[in-house]
Design a binder for this molecule. Structure first.
Ligand code: SF4
Length: 322
């Protein structure tokens, strides 16, 4: 059974927080994982050599500074390294860490003023875990963790326009008895007009801003999600999608794209006026590769081959993480 790295203060059993308390998580799913012995508790601050209780600290850039002005970055880094070592040793499925902490916060942290202001950001331990490829969730995202535990996570398709994300996605969803969602349709629904009309009437920047907003708001379970070709331009949205499921890149050659796209100017594609398909392809390809957990080829084989390839590779990926 695959383990989950968790913050000791969420796990309970011993007080490790700066104020000498715990924040024991009482969600029934968390309790079940604990009873299954799936959870591996760590407290990076205590493991890094800090006492309980201790002066509270906040992240300021790459440093962590206590309320009374002491630099404790070294202790925080040490604790983060111990947590990472543990995560890799145990080949954890993911980590569930306490939100807002300068070590364990995964979406929000305090801004360093000690005035209670939260900003988008992550703690030192979360940063290190993510850089090593470990998925990190907060205690507010247990739905997503449960999807991973039960193998009901989403499959997210990325790739160039005309690579076949939507058509492949429908067949894939049918084959796996999953739901299907096309984010281009969500954008059209939000704007009440076609993608091309949004670009023509509101401009490219407005289109991109809407697309990012829609992608960041996607919520789904056991669903194949076909994204627009420009999804990879938005790091925040891609981080969100990565949390939702497994990212699959459908790779096709630029020649195939050129054959399939008769007139790109009518398809609502996010590209500048002086850009051709080849330039667009070269610009986006490294981004698709960066985010992909699974890459499949499409173009030479049949669509059924592509679907079978996705099912095989995603299932092998899940096995290795179960
Ligand atoms: S470092 Fe993490 S585990 Fe330790 S008290 Fe802070 S939030 Fe909890």
């Amino acid at each position: 059974m695959k383990k989950i790295l968790v913050s000791q203060c969420l796990y309970g059993d011993k007080p490790v927080r700066y104020d000498g308390k715990t924040k024991e998580e009482r969600d029934p799913r968390f309790i079940r994982w604990k009873e299954e012995n799936r959870l591996i508790p760590v407290c990076p601050e205590v493991d890094g050599g800090l006492p309980v209780p201790r002066t509270d600290a906040q992240r300021i850039g790459d440093q962590v500074i206590t309320r009374d002005g002491r630099d404790v970055t070294k202790e925080y880094r040490r604790g983060a390294e111990i947590a990472l070592e543990r995560a890799l040793q145990e080949e954890v499925l993911c980590a569930v860490l306490k939100e807002k902490s300068p070590s364990c916060g995964s979406n929000k942290v305090y801004d360093g003023t000690f005035e209670g202001n939260l900003i988008d950001g992550q703690g030192i331990t979360v940063q290190l875990l993510r850089e090593a490829g470990v998925r990190v969730y907060s205690e507010e995202e247990l739905d997503l963790v449960e999807q991973m535990v039960t193998g009901r996570e989403n499959i997210i398709l990325t790739g160039m326009p005309a690579c076949g994300k939507s058509v492949t996605g429908v067949v894939l969803a049918k084959s796996l008895q999953m739901n299907f969602l096309d984010t281009d349709l969500l954008i059209q629904e939000a704007a009440e007009k076609s993608l091309q009309e949004i670009i023509n009437e509101d401009g490219m920047e407005a289109f991109k801003s809407l697309e990012e907003q829609v992608l960041c708001g996607v919520s789904a379970s056991h669903t194949v999600i076909a994204t627009g070709g420009s999804a990879v331009y938005y790091p925040k949205a891609m981080e969100h999608l990565k949390k939702l499921g497994r990212i699959v890149y459908i790779q096709v050659s630029v020649e195939t794209i050129l054959q399939r796209l008769n007139n790109i100017t009518t398809r609502g594609v996010a590209m500048s006026k002086d850009q051709g398909i080849r330039e667009l392809y070269e610009e986006r390809r490294p981004l698709y590769e960066t985010y992909a957990e699974v890459t499949v080829g499409s173009g030479s084989g049949s669509m059924e081959d592509t679907v079978a390839d996705i099912i095989d590779k995603v299932s092998r990926l899940r096995q290795s993480f179960r």
